[in-house]
Design a protein around this ligand. Structure first.
Ligand code: NOJ
Ligand code: CA
Length: 716
């Protein structure tokens, strides 16, 4: 009997162990709709949530831990049990207000696991996974419950364990800027290259010798393209990635607030989505709309006021140092107390009424929608680097800028003026004036604003990418929508697909833009990388179209030059998707190259279809796009420093129709460093059966407009 009695508990013990083991191996699995991706979720033996992701039976993310470390309450790290797991399937097509195509497919399989911590009175969270044909999104959800209300995040501990020492296109992890060159290296080389990668910036906070930013683009040695980013960054701090360069594990690092905390949370709430886009074709990374799909549809009932914009601006002349934003020369402005009328004009202030009228005339003559005017308002004399609180009021023009007169003039010519709000990082001051500033815009007929956040953030100690600022950027966008205003924010957080929900967010900078070509230069491969990195979350106001490639032509003391050919500058209107496109150079220069300028006039800013013809990050990109609502196509092809021959197969054209193609290409002797302005323009008839082989110079490219025969003769 005794023996028997002993045997039974032993048997039970084994059963219990099996049961426990069952929990451990109780993996939940879902696949992508096309079955190429397989996602597994499991709890490890100490109840830590883990996941892994395979693509066509290859490891993308090895078993990786999930969890959130908290400061004030027990952490969401381990001790979990699976309470419930639900699956779901979703498939819809939706139409973006503007975009690279007229409909976007949103098709995924979902796994929602509810996991509870017995030790914390059964407190529970949910982890939601969505597996698309082009990748994975997942997030943490914190439902409302008795034992969970406020909590402070110490650190998010989401891991992405990679299958090897991938090649990566990376920016130094930084809490305040993304205005860095992209460094291309193996992950194992990040540490060694970090010092050189951290170039100076007015506000910067690199946080670790192996910290990198997202979107992070990688390529495995066996040819898998992997992109890590986040979607729907709302009321949370921006995620960077800390690399364990021995094991190739990336782990989330959130941007701290002024006290060092990483997030003030209150249930019910959730994290942004963590995204993994994957394919064995580089082109699929560029056509992925996974980040938009993970954002909520817009709730705006009326979107008729949101329109893509092609613009010029009183801008490049200040960036190059030819002119100034400031009206006078002093470094002691007390806004509201300083009487500008008593100060001598410096003679270099560009935003003066007569000069702005010249821009308006040029815009009207060449069919542009708008003119951006920077430096129109009081405060620019000492705006920079002083951490002033009350630096601008966003409503008081300089004495030589006639707000009402210019508005009338622009309206009479069918041109809009784009407002400019430089905050100088003084966010407190901006919010103080925001309503008044937007009302001023509405009163004077402005419907779009370019905002900017140069310098350290005030309140002091906050970072550009912390939760406080994430909340501010969205506040400015939502409030703008109340006034039917479109926003293009510079130095703000990099986009995470929020433009789906808030389509008035028509532009962002959040990377090294063309301005750096006048501050020493961008790398030659820069624009062959950005579509794989920065543009994954949304469009960039890159401001292309520089024809005068020597900056010294405008400012003899500035020796910077443009690291591309003129033809490459044209191609960017197609390869760098944005519903907001600038022709950034000066009218005086465009007037000298009206033949090449014709492409900028013709090219669309909104599209029905997009075809990636060729692409490899850091090397080349060729894209064909169909103009929205028109039987017109535009092609842009760019290369890095290497001369390349691009092959275009026109089989995307409707069969049986004849088109006239105008090809704007590098001249025979062109190269970005020796002869960047050399270009040729030729016309040919093409059909869906045509093929073209086009040489691109070093730092070069080409652009093609394709219209039904007869169309291009019609006057624009
Ligand atoms: C930086 C922006 O990126 C640039 O476009 C702007 O001209 C300056 N700030 C001044 O606001
Ligand atoms: Ca900038």
């Amino acid at each position: 009997m005794k023996r028997h009695q002993l045997a039974l508990p032993k048997f039970l013990l084994v059963a219990a162990l099996l049961l426990a083991w069952n929990i451990v191996v109780q993996a939940q699995q879902i696949t992508s709709p096309n079955k190429n991706l397989v996602l597994n979720f499991a709890l490890s033996s100490d109840g830590t949530p883990t996941y892994k992701l395979n693509y066509k039976n290859r490891e993308v993310i090895r078993t990786s831990k999930l969890g959130i470390e908290t400061k004030d309450v027990a952490s969401f790290m381990n001790g979990f049990e699976i309470v419930k797991s639900e699956t779901n399937t979703f498939n819809e097509n939706w139409a973006p207000v503007w975009g690279e195509e007229k409909t976007i497919k949103n098709n995924y399989n979902e796994l929602l696991v509810t996991i509870a911590q017995k030790a914390v009175e059964g407190r529970y969270i949910r982890i939601r996974f969505r597996v698309f044909d082009d990748g994975l999104g997942f997030r943490y959800e914190f439902p409302s419950q008795k034992n969970l209300n406020y909590f402070i995040i110490k650190e998010e501990r989401t891991q992405f364990a990679l299958a090897g020492d991938h090649k990566a296109w990376w920016l130094p992890g930084d809490y305040d800027t993304q205005e860095y060159h992209t460094t291309t290296s193996y992950l194992s080389e990040v540490r060694g290259k970090m010092k050189a990668a951290v170039t100076p910036n007015v506000s910067q906070f690199p946080f670790s010798p192996t910290g990198v930013q997202t979107p992070l683009m990688m390529k495995s040695r066996d040819g898998l393209y992997i992109n890590l980013h986040e979607a729907a960054l709302i009321e949370y701090s921006c995620m960077h990635l800390e690399l364990d360069d021995k094991n190739y594990i990336l782990e989330s690092r959130l941007t701290p607030d002024a006290k060092g905390d990483k997030g003030m949370m209150q249930a019910p709430t959730q994290s942004p989505w963590r995204t993994v886009i994957v394919s064995d074709k580089a082109a699929d990374i560029l056509t992925s709309r996974l980040v938009y799909n993970l954002n909520e549809p817009t709730k705006f009932k009326d979107v008729s006021w949101i329109k893509p914009v092609k613009y010029i601006g009183v801008w490049w002349e200040m960036i190059t140092g030819k002119s100034t934003w400031s009206y006078t020369n002093t470094d002691n402005i007390q806004l509201g107390k300083t009487d500008y009328k008593k100060l001598p004009p410096n003679g270099t202030h560009a935003a003066n009424t007569a000069h702005v009228k010249e821009y308006i005339d040029f815009a009207a003559e060449h069919g542009f929608d708008a003119v951006l005017v920077e430096g129109w308002n009081e405060g620019w004399e000492d705006w920079f680097g002083k951490e002033k609180d009350y630096v601008f009021d966003f409503v008081t023009p300089y004495p030589d800028f006639d707000v009402v007169g210019l508005q009338k003039y622009a309206a009479s010519k069918g041109v809009k003026i784009i407002m400019h709000h430089e905050t100088s990082g003084s966010v407190r001051n901006y919010e103080r004036h925001l309503d008044t500033a937007y009302k001023f815009m509405v009163k004077h007929g402005y419907n779009a604003v370019k905002s900017g956040y140069v310098g350290a953030i005030l309140p002091r100690g906050e970072h550009h990418y912390g939760q406080y600022m994430v909340n501010h950027y969205l506040y400015a966008i939502e409030k703008a929508a109340d006034y039917k205003i479109m926003v293009n924010a510079h130095e703000a957080i990099r986009p995470t697909g929020l433009a789906r929900t808030y389509p008035n967010l028509i532009g962002n900078e959040a990377a090294r833009g063309t301005e750096y070509e006048a501050f020493g230069g961008n790398t030659v491969d820069h624009t062959t990388i950005l579509p794989f990195t920065r543009l994954i979350g949304g469009p960039m106001d890159y401001t292309p179209g520089i024809f005068q490639t020597r900056v010294s032509a405008y400012n003899p003391s500035n020796n910077s030059f443009i690291h591309s050919t003129l033809a490459h500058q044209l191609a960017l209107y197609v390869t760098m998707y944005s519903p907001l496109q600038m022709a950034a150079d000066l009218p005086e220069t465009y007037k000298k190259h009206l033949d090449a300028f014709q492409f900028i006039k013709d090219v669309a800013v909104d599209w029905d279809e997009t075809k990636i013809l060729e692409a490899e990050p850091g090397d080349f990109i060729t894209i064909a796009r169909k103009a929205k609502g028109k039987n017109e196509w535009y092609i842009g092809g760019i290369t890095d420093e290497n001369v390349r021959t691009s092959i275009v197969n026109f089989d995307f054209l409707p069969a049986g129709q004849k088109f006239e193609a105008i090809i704007y290409a590098d001249g025979k002797d062109a190269s970005y460093d020796k002869n960047p302005q050399s270009y040729t323009i030729k016309k040919m008839i093409v059909t869906s059966k045509s093929k073209l082989s086009q040489v691109m110079a070093s730092g070069g490219g080409y652009a093609i407009s394709i219209k039904p025969v007869g169309e291009s003769d019609k006057k624009k």
